[in-house]
Design a protein. Structure first.
Length: 116
């Protein structure tokens, strides 16, 4: 398995663990949302830690995947708290494009289900 593949698998496992922790407090969908955001936050912190120590890094594709899967808030907070990926313009641009597209999709879905 490649490094990117194992990191992606790790992201899924951390998300599942975080979701399981929140599952006792709220419904499944809210727990999943909280879990993926917590995992995104943790991955930004982990990647910053690894960057300082010149270790294996989390691929940007994994960090951006969190933004795709409803974890833009956790990713944004992780970027700010750990001061990570805040100066790389190509990453920031991709992050905000994904976040805006996701927000537009959510607005469209809410509008659709409200009208039916």
């Amino acid at each position: 398995m490649t490094h990117a593949g194992s990191t992606g698998l790790g992201a899924v496992i951390v998300t599942a663990i975080c979701t399981g922790g929140f599952a006792f407090l709220m419904s499944f969908w809210w727990a999943l949302l909280a879990g993926v955001n917590a995992a995104a936050f943790l991955f930004y912190g982990f990647d910053k830690h690894r960057a300082k120590r010149k270790g294996w890094r989390t691929p940007e594709s994994v960090l951006l995947a969190f933004a795709v899967f409803c974890a833009a808030p956790g990713s944004f907070v992780g970027q700010r708290v750990f001061n990570h990926k805040t100066s790389k313009s190509s990453f920031r641009r991709a992050f905000w494009i994904l976040t805006i597209l996701q927000a537009a999709a959510i607005v469209a879905l809410v509008a659709y289900f409200r009208s039916n």
